[in-house]
Design a binder for this molecule. Structure first.
Ligand code: PLP
Ligand code: COI
Length: 340
C-alpha cells in the first residue's frame, strides 16, 4: 500500500485527520452495526449528555509497522476491557469487547496509508471513545450514545523525543479515593488542564500527583503511570486504586520479570523515598517510557543518578524490549500482538 507523503520523523503528538473513522450509535437499548465513514465532524443536540455533564470515556492505543512490514496492534483486548469498566462507572452501555477490537482493526486497516513505516519513530495512535449524545438537562445518564474510533499518526508525546523530563510534585489532586481515577473518563483530563498549564508556565514538563487522602504517596501523572528502578536494579511501580491501570505498565512488569529476569514490585510508593531510586520513567501508550531526570518537591530537587542526558540503563532495557515486542523484533507473549 502506498503511504501518505508525511514527514514521519518530524511528527509530534498532534491530530492529523486521516481518511476513515468507525461510528456506531446506541438507541432504544441496542448498538447498531456501525460503519466506516469519512465524516470527521459530529453534530449533536446542544443539551447532549457529553456537553452538559461530561459523560464520555475513551481509550488510547497504537498501531505499529513491524520489521517485516506487517501492521499490528498491542493488546487491544485490554483496551476493550478497560473501556467496559470506564463505561460502567459512568452509567454508559458497554460496547461489546469483540466488536471493540473489530472496530479498531477495521479503522486501522482503512487508514493503512497513515501507519508510519518501521523505523520512522512514529506510530498510528488509535482513539476509541464513547459519549452520551441525546439531551439530558436533569443530572442523569443519556439514553443514546455514540461509539467512535479515529486514528492519527503521532511522534513522541513529549517535545524533544527521549530526553529526561523535569517534573514537579503537584499541589492539585487528580483523583479522590473511591472516585474516578481508575477509569479513562474525559473528566479526569479536563480537571488536569489547569495543573498542567501551571506546571508548564513554571518550567516543568509534567505533574506528579500524590494520593488525595494523605498526600504522602505517589500516584501518577496526567497521562502516564510511574516506574522506578531501585539502586539494586529492582523495578517498582505504584499500586493505588485511584490510578489508571496502565496497559503499558502491566506489560512492563511482565517484561521485567520474564524477559529481563528482574524483580518487579507493585506497591505503595511514598514521596519521601523518591531520592532512594536510581531511575524514574513515565509509562503509557503515548509516553511509551519517557525518562524522568529530575523531580522537584516544593524547592527540594531530586536528581536521579541516570541524569538529564539519557535514559537510565534499566529503563532503556525495558524500553528496547517493549518496543522490540511491539515492532516484531522480539518474540511477544501469546496474544499480545494482534495483526491487522
Ligand atoms: N495514566 C493515565 C492518566 C493515562 O491517561 C494513561 C494513558 O492511557 C496511562 C496512565 C497509561 O495507560 P496505558 O499504558 O494503558 O496507555
Ligand atoms: C494514552 O497514552 O493513550 C493517553 O491517552 C494519554 C493521553 C495523555 C494522550
Amino acid at each position: 500500500m502506498e503511504k501518505k507523503n508525511i514527514d514521519w520523523a518530524g511528527l509530534g503528538f498532534g491530530y492529523i485527520k486521516t481518511d476513515y473513522r468507525f461510528v456506531s450509535n446506541y438507541k432504544n437499548g441496542a448498538w447498531d452495526e456501525g460503519i466506516l465513514t469519512q465524516e470527521a465532524n459530529v453534530v449533536m443536540n446542544e443539551c447532549a449528555g457529553v456537553l452538559q455533564y461530561a459523560q464520555t470515556v475513551f481509550e488510547g492505543m497504537k498501531a505499529y509497522t513491524t520489521t517485516d512490514g506487517r501492521i499490528v496492534t498491542f493488546r487491544p483486548d485490554l483496551n476493550a476491557e478497560r473501556m467496559e469498566q470506564s463505561a460502567a462507572r459512568l452509567e454508559m452501555p458497554v460496547y461489546p469487547r469483540d466488536k471493540f477490537v473489530e472496530a479498531v482493526l477495521k479503522t486501522v486497516k482503512a487508514n493503512g496509508a497513515y501507519v508510519p513505516p518501521y523505523g520512522s519513530g512514529a506510530t498510528l495512535y488509535v482513539r476509541p471513545f464513547m459519549f452520551g449524545s441525546d439531551s439530558v438537562i436533569g443530572v442523569k445518564p443519556s439514553e443514546e450514545y455514540q461509539f467512535r474510533v479515529f486514528t492519527t499518526p503521532v511522534g513522541p508525546y513529549f517535545k524533544g523525543g527521549v530526553r529526561p523530563l523535569t517534573i514537579r510534585v503537584c499541589d492539585f489532586d487528580r483523583a479522590a479515593p473511591r472516585g474516578t481515577g481508575h477509569i479513562k473518563a474525559g473528566l479526569n483530563y479536563a480537571m488536569s488542564l489547569h495543573a498542567i498549564m501551571d506546571a508548564h508556565q513554571q518550567g516543568y514538563d509534567e505533574n506528579m500527583y500524590l494520593d488525595a487522602a494523605t498526600r504522602t504517596k505517589v500516584e501518577e501523572t496526567g497521562g502516564a503511570n510511574f516506574l522506578f528502578v531501585t539502586r539494586d536494579g529492582k523495578v517498582v511501580t505504584p499500586k493505588s486504586d485511584s490510578i489508571l491501570p496502565s496497559i503499558t505498565r502491566r506489560s512492563l512488569v511482565q517484561v521485567a520479570r520474564e524477559y529481563l529476569g528482574l524483580e518487579a514490585q507493585e506497591r505503595e510508593v511514598y514521596a519521601k523515598e523518591l531520592g532512594e531510586f536510581a531511575e524514574c520513567g513515565l509509562c503509557g501508550t503515548a509516553a511509551v517510557i519517557s525518562p524522568v531526570g529530575k523531580i522537584v518537591d516544593h524547592g527540594k530537587e531530586i536528581i536521579f543518578p541516570s541524569g538529564m542526558e539519557q535514559m537510565g540503563p534499566v529503563t532503556k532495557k525495558l524500553y528496547d524490549t517493549l518496543t522490540g515486542i511491539q515492532m516484531g523484533t522480539i518474540k511477544a507473549p501469546e496474544g499480545w500482538v494482534v495483526e491487522i
